[in-house]
Design a protein around this ligand. Structure first.
Ligand code: GCU
Length: 332
């Protein structure tokens, strides 16, 4: 298992990185190398999308900008990485929506259970421009959300097949670190247990958790099938992964470079959706070869159970109401 750097170490890292490279927030500094924190491996579709984004960025800005991607949570877990981006120690990261939800609760609406009907529906939403105002709303925290990647559909995996909410009774299921995620698993019948991704394997192995919930790609990449071999298709979440950029770096770009950057983000999102579709089958095959079982089930009871959460998040502000309705209106 990969060791993750906790928040404390992230800060030490910050000092080290700052010491070596000075103020990188000005476009005028020599190389404009944007350091990107990424918590998945080089085989992940988002890595491929970031890599291509970096290559094109370097080319189209005539070498003024390039990306230096650190995969495998080498710069810390997603929360620590967000702090580094805020402080300008690094310039970019890909972080799960729940991380940003901690800065603005309205983000919960785009990561609600069963809000997207399919990956295509989600892609239409991400490329529709309807989330632009929400994304801009967090810039006062020192970072900008410039786009969203898909992370597929998440399902629950444990040491036994799950077919109905009652099967999860007393089951501690790891969730990403947000109240919405915890409430979601509680409503689905289990006990939502927030934790960083890097700690999950050991926690299941040691019986601290009975399982987790994630997409097939991460399930296979992190070998979670070794400790929880039944992957039950609850398909309850399609939570966006957000591309964040240090606010000063982003707004310090010339108009021309910013246009190139924004255009390439869109292209990268498009490419990532395609890469995602290809990777799911590969991940599933690998997991099955290693003993995992994928179980189909009726999602209806789970959908029913999470309705109060959908309602309460939708009605929590005018912004969430509008976005919820926009997202649903884009469903086919
Ligand atoms: C997915 C998602 C990541 C997230 C992870 C998690 O893999 O893409 O952004 O960190 O789930 O469960 O923490």
């Amino acid at each position: 298992m990969k060791k993750i750097v906790n928040l404390g170490l992230g800060v030490v890292f910050a000092g080290v990185l700052m010491g070596c490279s000075g103020d990188k927030n000005q476009e005028t500094t020599k190389s404009n190398t944007l350091k990107v924190a990424f918590n998945q491996s080089e085989a992940h579709p988002q890595y491929k999308a970031l890599k291509e984004f970096g290559d094109k960025l370097e080319k189209e800005t005539n070498g003024q900008y390039k990306l230096e991607i650190s995969p495998n949570a080498l710069l810390g877990d997603q929360r620590a990485a967000t702090e580094l981006v805020q402080n300008g120690v690094i310039q970019m990261a890909v972080v799960g929506n729940p991380v940003v939800e901690n800065f603005n609760k309205d983000f919960a609406v785009i990561g609600l259970p069963y809000i997207y009907d399919s990956i295509d529906h989600q892609k239409n939403v991400f490329l529709s421009g309807k989330l632009d105002d929400l994304f801009k709303s967090v810039s006062k925290n020192g970072f900008e959300v410039v786009g969203a990647y898909t992370a597929g559909a998440r399902s629950i995996y444990t040491n036994k097949p799950i077919e109905k909410p009652e099967d999860l009774k007393g089951y501690k299921v790891r969730v990403m670190q947000s109240d919405t995620m915890k409430k979601m698993v509680d409503l689905m019948g289990g006990v939502g247990t927030p934790m960083a991704q890097g700690e999950v394997y050991t926690a299941i192995q040691q019986g601290v958790l009975e399982g987790g919930e994630n997409n097939e790609v991460t399930y296979a990449d992190l070998k979670h099938y070794e400790v929880a071999k039944y992957f039950s298709y609850t398909n309850h979440l399609m939570v966006p992964d957000l591309i964040i950029v240090n606010e000063k770096v982003y707004n310090g770009m010339t108009k021309e470079n910013k246009e190139i950057f924004d255009k390439l983000v869109k292209e990268s999102v498009d490419l990532e959706f395609k890469a995602w579709a290809e990777n799911v089958d590969v991940a599933k095959k690998l997991a099955v070869e290693n003993g995992a079982q994928f179980i189909n089930l009726s999602i209806k009871p789970f959908q029913e159970n999470v309705k109060p959460l959908q309602e309460s998040v939708r009605n929590s502000s005018e912004v969430t109401k509008k976005i919820y309705d926009d997202i649903r209106s884009l469903a086919q």
